[in-house]
Design a binder for this molecule. Structure first.
Ligand code: G3P
Length: 220
């Protein structure tokens, strides 16, 4: 399973990259706004910087703002020109599906975002999306079972042979990461806090403390 970080924060991206486990980055307009990135020039520059930090072969999802086919295609082409790592993120709406199918035809990779049902995931795969992003946390937020959706999509893609990768998004905590792995997600995208949260176990801390204390007993 690949690990992407879900942020536009350069410090967090660097920290995850330095950990040696980072396979890519996802962003969205809210995450870009959180970092105060605005205006086309600055936005494209920020994406280029992210691509350079993570290095070759690590996908960076950059989302279009347009909601009509022509706008999405124009924006997506511009984003794809920024760096070969760029994957164009397109919302799951009618024109979005049309745009994904077009991008597939012309060889631009896509991430279909805002996916909340298995039916939407089928459409995304049918259009040739590179990634489909079911939003686990937001489904849990309304008391539905986000992880069940990952299981359903996994089963459907397995039966049908769709090659779209399941990118579990809106991951909020370490347990979500473990559950997504069990449910068959190809990728998880999560904040740095969730990735670092995987490190924690009290028995690790207690065990390390004891090992070091025992070493000191005989080595001074
Ligand atoms: O990748 C989509 C993700 O950023 C949404 O996460 O926590 O805003 O639901 P969240």
């Amino acid at each position: 399973m690949l690990f992407f970080i879900d942020t536009a924060n350069l410090d967090h991206i660097r920290e995850a990259a330095e950990l040696g486990i980072l396979d890519g980055v996802t962003t969205n307009p809210s995450l870009m706004a959180k970092e105060g990135i605005s205006g086309e020039k600055e936005i494209l520059k920020h994406y280029r910087t992210i691509c350079e930090i993570v290095g070759e072969g690590r996908d960076v999802s950059a989302e279009v703002i347009s909601t009509d086919f022509n706008g999405m295609v124009a924006e997506g082409k511009k984003l794809a020109e920024v760096h070969e790592n760029i994957v164009v993120k397109v919302p799951m709406i009618k024109d979005g599906v049309k745009a994904i199918a077009h991008f597939t035809e012309i060889g631009i990779r896509t991430n279909c975002t805002l996916v909340f049902s298995a039916g939407q995931a089928i459409l995304a795969a049918k259009a040739g999306a590179t990634y489909v992003s079911p939003f686990i946390g937001r489904i849990d937020d309304i008391s539905w079972d986000g992880m069940q959706l990952i299981e359903d999509i996994y089963k459907i893609y397995d039966i049908t042979g769709y090659e779209t990768a399941i990118l579990a998004a809106s991951i909020r905590n370490p347990l979500h990461i473990v559950q997504a792995a069990k449910a068959g997600a190809d990728v998880v995208t999560c904040p740095l806090s969730a990735i670092l949260g995987l490190l924690n176990h009290p028995l690790t801390d207690i065990g390390l403390e004891k090992f070091l204390a025992d070493y000191k007993k005989v080595n001074g």
